[in-house]
Design a protein around this ligand. Structure first.
Ligand code: CA
Length: 373
């Protein structure tokens, strides 16, 4: 440390002024701003962004989580990054969110990565794939197992940058008009189920239908579909599926956890100064954790409400049916590796990470819950 700096600190300390670090960081020796990022990045510049979502307006957990993310970014940036949220259909239809952000009609979208399976077969790996990872494993893969780097590589092809920004936890298998007793009950079954799980259902003999959340209830009411998955007790209660059928199966094989993404137009993201980039990243990380807690708490309450107030039967799939679905899932998921070099890298990274984590599971949370309950 230079003699000049030592004497300056000493002076501040003895003068009993505001903390030395506060003063030194705001003003250099020359009296000009000392923080070069703040000095050159146009700190006073504000950004007005649009966030499109695939969720109905204010939908519990998913829609409200996206709104919380937008609100927190605005607050943390002291209004320098203002984000206006649009629910599904307000600016663009739900499933056009990806292209809207690619084309910079909006700068962000909040959605499930598996909605974009038609863009690339491997997008579901960053949200949920059948027979996949629970939230804790998935977060670890993205943050410490090379997942984020592969996600960046895949999405940069579309001019996007994604962060995890929410998780529903393990999802339910869904609502069925008739009870499921064997694999045969899937034959001819028309079910709303997205992502790679659609192919699993098709191989079980059913027909998968892709519908955004807001269109499920009318389809179930009209008989256009015989079954649907959506999320879990909290969200499914809100949609009122119990009014149509009382048979509610879980857990599903298709979303052992389901990560929501905040995806950003890459050029827009790169145009932000470093501190705003960090705010976006940290806000997404906070929402990823926050939403999972919210789902865990709310699902416990909602499940009891469905049983006690709406006479819903909450059931496990028969073991043999679950086993068949997992076996088919493993094939469907592995087949994505043949789509291309990056698809192969994604599949291998993901499966190696999962297999290693599962060697530990009997001695970690899974082992604890099994042995203590
Ligand atoms: Ca779902």
């Amino acid at each position: 440390m230079s003699q000049k700096k030592i004497s300056r600190r000493k002076l501040l300390k003895t003068a009993g002024l505001v903390t030395a670090t506060g003063l030194l960081s705001s003003c250099g020796d020359s009296g000009t701003p000392k923080n070069p990022a703040k000095a050159t990045s146009g700190i006073s510049k504000t950004f007005d962004w649009k966030l499109v979502t695939t969720w109905p307006k204010n939908f519990p957990g998913l829609g409200t989580g996206a709104q919380r993310l937008a609100d927190r970014i605005k607050k943390m940036s002291e209004g320098r990054l203002n984000i206006k949220l649009f629910a599904a259909g307000e600016l663009v239809p739900a499933f056009e969110s990806f292209d809207a952000v690619r084309e910079n009609k909006a700068q962000m979208f909040h959605a499930s990565p598996y909605y974009w399976i038609n863009k690339n077969k491997s997008t579901p790996f960053f949200g949920a794939v059948p027979g996949g990872m629970i939230a804790q494993e998935h977060n670890a893969w993205i943050n410490y197992g090379g997942g984020q780097e592969l996600w960046d590589k895949l999405y940069s092809k579309f001019g996007l940058k994604s962060f995890m920004a929410g998780n529903s936890g393990t999802q339910m298998g869904g609502w069925f008009l008739k009870k499921i007793n064997s694999n045969d009950d899937f034959k001819g079954l028309k079910m709303r189920i997205p992502g790679l799980a659609a192919e699993v259902l098709n191989r079980m003999g059913g027909t998968a239908v892709a519908l955004p959340g807001g269109e499920i209830m009318p389809a179930l009411q009209s008989g256009a579909i015989d079954a649907t998955e959506w999320v879990g007790p909290w969200n499914d209660l809100a949609f009122g599926f119990y009014k149509i059928t009382k048979f509610y199966y879980g857990p599903g094989i298709h979303e052992p956890s389901s990560v929501l993404e905040c995806s950003i137009n890459l050029e827009s993201f790169n145009s932000l100064p470093d501190d705003l980039k960090t705010i976006v990243k940290v806000a997404c990380e906070a929402e990823n954790n926050r939403m999972l807690s919210e789902f865990t708490a709310a699902n416990s309450d909602a499940q009891q409400k469905l049983i006690k107030e709406h006479n819903v039967e909450v059931l496990n799939f028969p073991k043999s049916v679950f086993k068949t679905m997992i076996e088919i899932s493993n094939d469907v998921v592995a087949e994505t590796a043949s789509e291309g070099k990056l698809n192969k890298q994604i599949y291998e990274s993901w499966s190696n990470f999962k297999n290693l984590a599962r060697l530990r599971s009997p001695f970690a949370e899974q082992g604890f819950i099994n042995l203590s309950s």
